[in-house]
Design a protein around this ligand. Structure first.
Ligand code: T46
Length: 135
């Protein structure tokens, strides 16, 4: 059974002066990017997420600090700590996601393949489980 955790390498062009990571929007990412947002200045001890998307595909890159991301497909749950600007976590549709344990100074950058659409969200866990088992 394939892992829910799909990590993608982000090209690195750093040198002795420091790191430089590149997300070339001309095709280097696994999907065409329509939106980029970043989560920052998180409140200590407060988790986020707790929803799934019907269609949205996203790539989450923790460009500073660390965060633990938990994915649930309606049957099993897996989690991974993102703590490197050189790794992106692919989060496709049909996955319940939660973000926990944000470190101080964490910045989570997210590349998405569509514009924001609240109708694409499933924010109730029981409704998500019903959605998965009916599709
Ligand atoms: C996801 C995880 C990883 C907008 O108006 N535009 C946007 O592009 C986004 C992302 C959010 N919003 C609004 C919707 C809410 O009123 O900003 C507010 C906070 O969004 P939300 O509670 O959904 O944030 P998170 O951190 O729980 O989830 C976000 C993304 O929404 C979601 O797609 O997968 O990060």
């Amino acid at each position: 059974m394939p892992s829910l955790i799909q990590l993608v390498d982000i090209p690195q062009r750093g040198d002795a002066r420091g790191g430089l990571a590149v997300a070339d929007l001309g095709g280097a990412l696994p999907f065409p990017v329509r939106r980029v947002y970043w989560i920052h200045g998180t409140t200590p001890g407060v988790s986020r997420g707790f929803h799934a998307h019907r269609k949205l595909r996203q790539l989450c890159v923790c460009v500073a600090g660390s965060v633990r991301m938990s994915l649930f497909d309606g049957r099993r749950e897996e989690s991974v700590t993102l703590d490197s600007p050189s790794k992106g976590l692919l989060v496709g549709p049909g996955l319940w996601r939660e973000m926990h344990d944000f470190s101080p100074g964490c910045v989570l950058m997210v590349f998405a393949d569509a514009e924001y659409d609240e109708a694409d969200y499933i924010r109730d866990r029981e409704a998500f489980i019903r959605h998965v088992h009916s599709s």
